[in-house]
Design a protein around this ligand. Structure first.
Ligand SMILES: Nc1ncnc2c1ncn2[C@@H]1O[C@H](COP(=O)(O)OP(=O)(O)O)[C@@H](O)[C@H]1O
Ligand SMILES: [Mg+2]
Length: 354
């Protein structure tokens, strides 16, 4: 019998939605940030210009490159992707441009490179920021003249290929550091497309989580009923350094580990719950079974911060007040009320009599 989604006991839980969310060749999202990217991509797809995609790891650069190709006039031809950062430098050239038989030890046959495979279509040069200076020159030549020579060959190959490049690095900075050719940078930088990090797409976190849940849940025969609102709130408050890839991997793991029911806050890894952006209780303060006196706990916290600011400023009260965004008089009053001054004197005695 299929699970009865409407009869769950957790009132705040949401069953997995049946309708697909906004979908563009696998790109899901409804945040302002992603809608702006999608609008930009539509324009980019209509042109045949070189595109440079920038964004943190896991923000969907690969997905965006493919979507641009699939919307372009080259859609019937090949989309060839290569990760320039993952292939050893000595192999990358022959991967990109091919080689002739006997070009190097092990080259027993002619090999067609990615550029030739992509003829008429699009090549996606992922992590181009990691490419060696030597290869940067060769890429520049393909961009400007559409030609290259396979490794070990003297035949010049001409191709008609659209280039989409991506990097998680700040290419402009790499240019200023002398690590990336300025001419190639400007040649690639015709249309820059920036993919925002997931933490800047709050509105998409729940949508993506539900989408991935649907995907992985189907693989295990639909054991999981959904995600609770409380768990979704925790997901929404996390900073996602690994972006959408990290979210996807987490949902996959949760589906594998959980037997049935709704994914709740207890199922989530601790690091999500103590993440930046979510107010957390300072270390050393915990509510015991007997409860806690909120007023005195807050006072203790206030004292600790005042002492910290005083120590940081070597007890220069003007500076300490500034750190705390307080008036000096307010700080002095508090120091008096909490008798923090006496500790000051004690500490002074201790340090002058080691
Ligand atoms: N907007 C999105 N909607 C759905 N899935 C996405 C989206 N963006 C990225 N993904 C998924 O997240 C993972 C990482 O995407 P990828 O394109 O490889 O990121 P990057 O190349 O920036 O590291 C992939 O599994 C991809 O399918
Ligand atoms: Mg990638």
């Amino acid at each position: 019998m299929p699970p009865n989604l409407s009869a769950h006991s957790n009132q705040s839980a949401k069953p997995i939605p049946r309708e697909a969310p906004i979908h563009h060749h696998g790109i899901i999202g409804q945040s302002e940030a992603i809608l702006r990217v999608l609008a930009m991509m539509r324009k980019v797809s209509a042109s045949d210009s070189t595109v440079l995609i920038n964004g943190e790891t896991g923000t969907g650069k690969g997905l965006a490159a493919r979507a641009i190709h699939l919307e372009s006039q080259r859609r019937e031809s090949a989309f060839v992707a290569i990760n320039c950062g993952a292939i050893p430098e000595n192999l990358l050239e022959s991967e990109l441009f091919g080689h002739v038989r006997g070009a190097f030890t092990g080259a027993t046959t002619n090999k067609v490179g990615k550029f030739e495979q992509a003829h008429g279509g699009t090549i996606f040069l992922d992590e181009i920021g990691d490419m060696s200076a030597d290869l940067q020159v060769k890429i520049l030549r393909v961009l400007e003249e559409g030609e290259f020579e396979p490794v070990g060959g003297n035949r010049t190959v001409t191709v008609d290929v659209r280039i989409i490049a991506a990097t998680h690095r700040d290419l402009e900075k790499r240019v200023s550091e002398g690590l990336f050719r300025e001419d190639l940078f400007y040649r690639l930088y015709v249309i820059p497309l920036v993919l925002p990090p997931l933490r800047a797409r709050q509105a998409d976190v729940g949508l993506l989580a539900q989408h991935f849940l649907g995907e992985f849940n189907a693989r295990v025969g639909g054991r999981i009923a959904g995600i609770t609102d409380e768990a979704l709130a925790v997901l929404g408050g996390y900073a996602w350094p690994g972006n959408i890839r990290e979210l996807r991997n987490l949902i996959e793991r949760l589906v594998v580990l959980k037997d049935d029911g709704f994914i709740d806050v207890d199922d989530l890894p601790v690091k999500l719950k103590s993440a930046e952006g979510i107010p957390t209780v300072p270390a050393g303060i915990a509510i015991s079974d007997d409860g806690i006196n909120l007023n005195s706990a807050v006072t203790e916290f206030e004292k600790a911060l005042i002492l910290q600011s005083l120590e940081k400023t070597k007890w220069v009260k003007n500076k300490a007040a500034k750190l705390l965004k307080l008036n000096r008089t307010t700080l002095v009053e508090k120091i008096k009320r909490y008798q923090l001054d006496s500790r000051d004197k004690l500490a002074d005695c201790a340090s002058s009599n080691p």
